[in-house]
Design a protein around this ligand. Structure first.
Ligand SMILES: [Ca+2]
Length: 45
């Protein structure tokens, strides 16, 4: 595997992984999904 292919793979992986500091990722697992929505609803009001 040459350097160009490694850079392509690194770019693909980084594009698939959302930013860890995403404001909607309440439990910090790197994904914004129904679990984060339930945390939001649980803290509502
Ligand atoms: Ca999350």
């Amino acid at each position: 595997m040459n350097a160009l292919n490694r850079n392509k793979i690194r770019l693909l992986v980084s594009n698939r992984m959302p930013a860890a500091t995403c404001a909607a990722d309440f439990n910090g697992d790197g994904q914004v999904n129904v679990i984060d929505l339930l945390l939001l609803i649980g803290d509502w009001g």
